[in-house]
Design a protein around this ligand. Structure first.
Ligand SMILES: NC(=O)C1=CN([C@@H]2O[C@H](COP(=O)(O)OP(=O)(O)OC[C@H]3O[C@@H](n4cnc5c(N)ncnc54)[C@H](OP(=O)(O)O)[C@@H]3O)[C@@H](O)[C@H]2O)[C@@H](O)CC1
Ligand SMILES: Nc1ncnc2c1ncn2[C@@H]1O[C@H](COP(=O)(O)OP(=O)(O)O)[C@@H](O)[C@H]1O
Ligand SMILES: [K+]
Length: 483
């Protein structure tokens, strides 16, 4: 279920408060890790613990000691020496050395499991080149890796890599979960994340503005009463589909219908065909006519193009008060026309914007790499600047209303194909039409979109070739299984 994510500064504050009260956090962290490893790896494992110069290394020494006592073959390799260890880590090292193990400086060739205790949340600059070389060798060798707290080299707040990262199969993270484990490079680097709160009292945790979003429940707004009709579930207007891009608008419209909108009309900028032969339930019209009809929710952007007609349509829709989802070229137009940007910001009704990182970068007048380096900050800034609910797509899609930020837990790289964004826009519009708030519809829509791809992955392990239309069918199945 949805749970809080803490930034480095928040965790450091919690830790120092608890340490001041005498809680043996490092001992608890290392012991919890050793127990977990003891339950998941055979006693025949040959374990090498890579330790670093800070408290993360201290966790590694504690973990090594308990695994050794439990009967594993354990080596500890201090890969980096910076200065004197802090008190707790120094004590952990002393207790390890008292067991009398052989001192090593290199990775024993019979190693079957690497425990990464090099850097934790104290990483503050690029990984040194000699350590990076070791990380690359281990990554390339495909050894099992369990990271303590966070994979070394990964930024705990942003999910960016500081030069090089030691990729893990599992990350055993302590005290609180971290955003960097779930967005940008986080999911690839961390593998499966297991949280150990180390028995801290609930009062130790501040209210967290950031969360990891996941749900198994059908939102209350989507529970259907017998006494309802198609009007109950709203009419969505999708505007886009300029010449050569008709498919984008059709995909979005189909997604909106499959996700429960009562009626969907697609206003095409290119000459509209009479009907969609695969989904004749859709209404097709010319965009100029469609925008004059009443709709409960608008989605504008899929295949919109950027010509004068597109600008006129967008200007009209921005002036309406119904909930409005802006995607693709609608966002590119906002980025290049300051009057449209200002009009969007001043809207009375709810606005949802759904950029991928490059579109977000255009809106923020930044490089895409800068957006990706700080996805949480970027999404909050977008939401704030446009007075909207914003998301930034990609691995660990981030969603914000300008105050709180959530990271989506579902989804996989099968979604990296054309049309998946169009489908997402249609899904969010359908959820808005059924009465969900802008933030809820966006968080839930993104979750469902990812969960659909996850369901498909179960029988298509390599994750290659998922079509956007197939995602819609899976999303409908996932949705209808929620209770
Ligand atoms: N606080 C607690 O009580 C608890 C903490 N816990 C654990 O401790 C972890 C945080 O510990 P931490 O703050 O000591 O930081 P950590 O990640 O070990 O690294 C800092 C060291 O690395 C160095 N360094 C940094 N970057 C570097 C680079 N690129 N290249 C080279 N050196 C670099 C840095 O050097 P400096 O900047 O001081 O020169 C410093 O020596 C946390 O993730 C969790 O695992 C748990 O046990 C629970 C209780
Ligand atoms: N590696 C990934 N993990 C999770 N989701 C992904 C990944 N790659 C792409 N997606 C999702 O797929 C969708 C792609 O959208 P977009 O880039 O707008 O595609 P298009 O414009 O072709 O429709 C987004 O919702 C994005 O979050
Ligand atoms: K680590």
């Amino acid at each position: 279920m949805t749970h809080p994510l803490y930034l480095r500064a928040e965790l450091q504050k919690i830790e120092s408060q608890q340490l001041a009260q005498g809680l043996p956090l490092m001992e608890r962290a290392g012991t919890a890790a050793a127990r977990w490893i003891g339950g998941h790896y055979p006693r025949s494992s040959v374990i090498t613990v890579l330790v670093g110069p800070g408290n993360n290394g201290g966790d590694g020494y504690v973990c090594a000691r308990h695994l050794y006592i439990a009967g594993f073959t354990v080596h500890v390799w201090p890969v980096l020496h910076v200065g004197d260890l802090a008190a707790d880590a120094s004590q952990a090292r002393r207790l390890w050395l008292e067991l009398g193990p052989e001192r090593i400086a290199g990775l024993p060739s019979d190693t079957t499991l690497v425990i990464d205790a090099v850097f934790g949340i104290g990483l503050n600059r690029p990984v040194p080149e000699d350590v990076a070389t070791t990380f690359r060798q281990i990554n390339d060798a495909g050894l099992n890796v369990v990271a303590l707290d966070i994979p070394s080299g990964l930024d705990a707040d942003s999910g960016q890599i500081h030069g090089c990262v030691l990729s893990a199969n599992h990350t055993l993270t302590f005290i609180g979960d971290k955003p960097g484990l779930h967005t940008a490079h986080g999911q690839d680097a961390a593998g499966e994340v297991v949280l150990f709160e180390l028995d801290l009292p609930a009062a130790a945790y501040p209210a967290a503005p950031n969360t990891l979003y996941e749900t198994t429940r059908l939102p209350a707004q989507l529970r259907r009463h017998q006494e309802s009709n198609k009007g109950t579930f709203g009419t969505v207007g999708v505007i886009g589909g300029a010449a050569g891009m008709a498919g984008a608008a059709i995909l979005a419209g189909r997604a909106a219908l499959r996700l429960g909108a009562g009626k969907v009309r697609i206003g095409m900028l290119a000459a509209a065909t009479a009907y969609d032969p695969l989904m004749p339930e859709l209404m097709l019209a010319d965009a100029a006519l469609a925008i004059k009809q009443p709709h409960d929710v608008w989605l504008v952007g899929p295949g919109l193009g950027r010509d004068d007609t597109a600008i006129d349509v967008l200007t009209t829709l921005l002036s309406r008060s119904e909930p409005l989802v802006l995607d693709a070229d609608a966002l590119n137009l906002l980025a290049t026309h300051s009057a449209l940007f200002a009009q969007c910001k001043a809207r009375q009704g709810d606005t949802v914007i759904t950029p991928h990182p490059a579109e977000a970068a255009r809106l923020l007048n930044k490089e895409t790499s800068a957006v990706q380096a700080q996805r949480l900050d970027a999404v909050r800034e977008l939401a704030f600047r446009l007075n909207a609910v914003a998301l930034i797509k990609g691995s660990g899609t981030v969603v914000s209303d300008g105050l709180q930020i959530s990271i989506n837990q579902s989804g996989n790289a099968a979604l990296a194909s054309a049309g998946q964004g169009d489908v997402l826009g249609g899904m969010i519009a359908a959820l808005l039409a059924q009465g969900m708030s802008a933030l809820e519809a966006t968080q839930f829509g993104v979750y469902l979109h990812g969960a659909a791809a996850d369901q498909w992955l179960q029988s298509n392990a390599a994750g290659i070739g998922l079509g956007a239309s197939e995602t819609v069918e899976h999303a409908r199945t996932v949705l209808n299984r929620l209770k």
